[in-house]
Ligand binder design. Structure first.
Ligand code: PLP
Length: 414
């Protein structure tokens, strides 16, 4: 007898699709083996590479991490996270821009991914839709699906590359007609894959809009700010001043953040982050800590203790913090330099690029992205084809390889 599947009905058919980034990466690796590193542009990787294309771990972070006490490296952490870590995650998220009269609560999660999971699960109902941007990090969809939620997308840009607030509003209103809980994802500053940062003006308008929606007290609106790239998208003021606008919000608007140590501390594989909730009501913040901590116990128990100890110590050690900030800034500056070369050349050859303000990636919108990416691969230029464009990882391509990239893409698009 052939048994085609042992999985329970809800799990049948799940998974198995090849990971697009890793398959591009593999082909880039093959090309490098064949033609040599100097002759291949590998713009597929979502992690910082130095000018020799080696993986970057901030030295100040790595050195501090390696000397942590055995207990901090190996022991359990509390389910919610080390208290000093949670405070540090809150402090490093707001950096002085937490609005007056608000309460913040945090629960440790395995990276920002864990935070996304908790918000999707605890702040929307099964069968409901999560509203995400049309240019999106694909795990949002995977996480929603895994938890029996669907996704709906809002358009990010109009034909003039302006952020389309109108679409966010329209889609939010549509969903609120059919569901009382609404989770809306904003991946800003330094959105993946475009690099867009929502402006303070746009935030002000969004907040007014959601306040009006929340006048119906049956509606519970949670905004999830995925801030994975926040430390590579500008100054503290540029990346955080908008947070001050989350002031005096009604109890039925919850602001939440997916805080991640993956990029900011180059601790990607250490799986450390936090879900942070912000409310003008203490009861809501207290509930946030309780429901999310319960979920942690139920899904992954506690999180790795080492990165938590590291962050807590960084918060208490201004010299260490300054060293990390300085080192991170040098890589951020490098990324800006790489992006500038690409963007300047794109403007010269008239290549359309979505608005880039920071972060690890730049996007070129195009039809037939797979076909275009395959043609670029023939020229030893490896990018990731998305549903509606090409993703170029400026975090990974050295400065000396940037000239010519935009021109090559333009020539293939022609
Ligand atoms: N959000 C976005 C948009 C990302 O690109 C990533 C990582 O690639 C994450 C969140 C979260 O990553 P992690 O779970 O490693 O913190």
């Amino acid at each position: 007898m052939t048994i085609p599947s042992m999985a329970a009905p809800h799990a049948v058919g799940k998974g198995g699709e090849p990971d697009i980034v890793f398959s591009c990466l593999k082909r880039a690796g093959d090309a490098i083996a064949r033609d040599g590193l100097a002759n291949v542009v590998n713009a597929t990787i979502g992690a910082i590479r130095d000018e020799e294309e080696n993986f970057v771990a901030l030295k100040s972070v790595e050195e501090y991490y390696r000397q942590l006490a055995t207990e901090d490296l190996m022991n359990y952490a509390p389910i919610s996270g080390l208290p000093n870590y949670l405070q540090a995650a809150i402090d490093f998220t707001f950096m002085g821009y937490q609005p007056e009269g608000t309460y913040a609560a945090a629960v440790a999660t395995p990276g920002g991914s864990g935070a996304v999971r908790h918000i999707f699960y605890n702040y929307s109902e099964a069968g409901q839709k999560i509203l995400i941007p049309d240019w999106y990090w694909s795990p949002y969809e995977t996480i929603a699906y895994e938890h029996k939620r669907g996704i709906e997308t809002y358009q990010m840009f109009d034909e003039n590359n302006q952020f389309t607030l109108a679409s966010v509003k329209e889609k939010s209103e549509q969903l609120l007609k059919n569901q009382d809980n609404l989770v809306v994802v904003f991946n800003t500053p330094g959105h993946n894959p475009t690099g867009y940062t929502i402006t303070n003006q746009e935030w002000a308008e969004l907040i007014e809009f959601y306040k009006a929606c929340a006048e119906n007290e049956k509606k519970k609106i949670t905004l999830l700010l995925d801030i994975a790239y926040i430390d590579y998208a500008g100054t503290v003021e540029e990346t955080r001043s908008f947070m001050q606008l989350f002031k005096g919000l009604p109890a039925n608007i919850l602001i939440s953040f997916a805080f991640s140590m993956s990029k900011s501390y180059t601790m990607y594989g250490m799986r450390s982050g936090a879900v942070i909730g912000l409310s003008s009501y203490k009861e809501i913040a207290d509930e946030f800590a309780k429901v999310n901590s319960f979920s942690s116990r139920a899904v992954w128990s506690n999180n790795t203790r080492g990165p938590q100890r590291l962050l807590a110590d960084v918060a208490a050690n201004p010299e260490l913090k300054a060293a990390i900030d300085k080192e991170r800034k040098s890589y951020y500056d490098l990324m800006v330099k790489r992006a500038d070369i690409f963007l300047k050349e794109a403007a010269e050859v008239n290549l359309q690029v979505l608005p880039y303000h920071g972060g690890f990636f730049i996007t070129v919108p195009t039809e037939n992205p797979r076909e275009i990416a395959a043609k670029l691969e023939e020229k030893n230029l490896f990018v990731v084809p998305l549903a509606k464009g090409l993703r170029i990882a400026v975090c990974a391509v050295p400065v000396y390889k940037m000239p010519g990239v935009a021109t090559k893409i333009k020539s293939v698009l022609k």
